[in-house]
Design a protein around this ligand. Structure first.
Ligand SMILES: Nc1ncnc2c1ncn2[C@@H]1O[C@H](COP(=O)(O)OP(=O)(O)OP(=O)(O)O)[C@@H](O)[C@H]1O
Length: 303
């Protein structure tokens, strides 16, 4: 089953007293496989937050269909299985973190469990501030609390809109570890982040949204990391003719070669042959672009 299945999704925000509107989504088809870590990227105003709100039933689509966890996002039984961290968090400043999580649990129709709530606060690095009023929290602390609220009840789908906004670099490492744990647990992660390095580290699939349309979608390996192409450096003295016969094409600079290998087994077979011919491997890396380069190239091609 797909965690999210969207077809022909359109959203036009109507302008008051006007016949025209603002087309935020212009026919989006997107499938998010269950258990995947999916990243949505794109420039400001692309429609990312609108897309997220549509899959959560917060905005009403103008057209198209949205199926989440096999049902409608408006179905309360489906909503209970979704954890959501919005881009703009509104937290009750006069409350403590514990009181807030308690209420979120009740809204999710869960039995309040103080020990579980304290464990969650510990997990997001807020144990020390559990009894403090939220009004005194820093931006990063508020964001961590929002993440804790999204994690309540071990959701099947976690939808996070800019989760590390305001969180310091060490905090980002912690948040990333939590997201990776959740994915290992089987949660589907849907992440909207402007931090491409973050998306690249956490996600296995990515979609590029621009001007309300999906320009590219696929496995990160295929889009960014170069897929089957590898760059290999051998120690000086390796015989280029012999290496070419087993698939290594010279890249011009001393000792540097490229090879296409469909999978790790094919790559290792070629490396074994190169070593058997006396070549010494000194460096191996995927010959790919990073996500920033993919986004820039995709946006350039679409302009
Ligand atoms: N409530 C609204 N009323 C009218 N227009 C809106 C509303 N919300 C969003 N828009 C418009 O819809 C378009 C898409 O906005 P959206 O916030 O979905 O983009 P985004 O990709 O999340 O942007 P960002 O990366 O800047 O957060 C923009 O042109 C925006 O101005």
């Amino acid at each position: 089953m797909s965690a999210i299945e969207v077809t022909g999704l359109r959203k036009t925000y109507r302008r008051a007293f006007s016949r025209t509107g603002n087309d935020a989504l212009r026919g989006v088809d997107l499938t998010v496989p269950e258990g995947s870590a999916f990243g949505l990227i794109g420039p400001n105003g692309a429609g990312k937050t609108t897309f997220i709100k549509a899959i959560l039933g917060i905005v009403q689509p103008t057209g198209g269909t949205v199926k989440v966890l096999g049902g409608s996002p408006e179905d309360p039984r489906i909503r209970e299985k979704i954890g959501y961290l919005p881009e703009r968090l509104h937290l009750p400043n006069a409350w403590t973190a514990v009181a807030f999580l308690h209420t979120v649990a009740r809204l999710k129709r869960l039995k309040p469990d103080r020990a579980a709530e304290l464990r969650l606060l510990e997990r997001v690095g807020l144990a020390h501030a559990a009894g403090q009023r939220i009004g005194g929290y820093s931006k990063g602390m508020r964001q961590r609390l929002g993440l804790a609220a999204a994690l309540i009840g071990s959701p099947s789908l976690l939808v996070l809109d800019e989760p590390t906004d305001g969180i310091d670099p060490m905090g980002r490492v912690e948040v990333r570890a939590i997201l990776q744990e959740e994915v290992r647990r089987g949660t589907t992660l849907f992440l909207n982040s402007h931090l491409l390095a973050e998306t690249e580290r956490v996600c296995d699939r990515v979609a590029i949204l621009a001007n309300g349309r999906v320009l590219r979608e696929g496995r990160l390996e295929e889009l960014a990391r170069g897929g089957a192409r590898w760059a290999v450096r051998f120690a000086p003295g390796a015989d280029a003719g012999t290496l070419a016969s087993v698939g290594f094409q010279s890249a011009g600079s001393e000792g540097l070669f490229h090879i296409e290998a469909a999978d790790p087994a094919a790559l290792n077979t070629a490396l074994d042959k190169a070593r058997a011919a006396g070549a010494l491997l000194v460096e191996l890396r995927r010959d790919g672009q990073d996500l920033e380069a993919v986004l820039t190239a995709t946006m350039g091609a679409a302009a």
